[in-house]
Design a protein around this ligand. Sequence first.
Ligand SMILES: [Zn+2]
Length: 184
Amino acid sequence: MLLQLRTKSVASTVFPAKSEEGILNLLLSDVEEAETRIVKNVQNQTFPEEWSSPNLGKSPLAKLKPFVNDGVLRVGGRFDRANLSYDAKHPMILPGKHRVTEMIILHYHFANGHVGPYQLLGETRQRFWIVNGVSSIRRVLRRCHECKCQNSIVGKQITAPLPAVRVSSDSHQLIYPFAAVGID
Ligand SMILES: [Zn+2]
């Protein structure tokens, strides 16, 4: 989604490509602004109280010590002095159940070769903090058709019981090799 656009826009800043009308040229700053607006909109919909006053003690987000920076609700955390990017130190908070979150999860899942939930959680946390991350990721990945095909269990047939001639101890029922031979 946006992240794909981000990659394309980086290329377009180096090699600006014109559309047929010659008017559509997205810059990296445009994509970043769009992404920020979408995240703000999602946060405003799902965490209206935390967004307006992030220090609510009763909020389920309280343990994340959230704060608002440029209108975006971010994780507080203890990594201020770490040698990491700002997004990794203070990822943007996203709800577990939201279409935008699902699209971001799928983007990282496809971009990283259909990785499993824990590695995917680590990748997404470089930028986003998904509430109830593991369960949200598992729910989204259950719908990935390619993973379903790769991880599905091969069906096993229930075989029929062996015929009496193969298992009976009765000599009348046993058929020995070459007991019945036909010649044309
Ligand atoms: Zn997959």
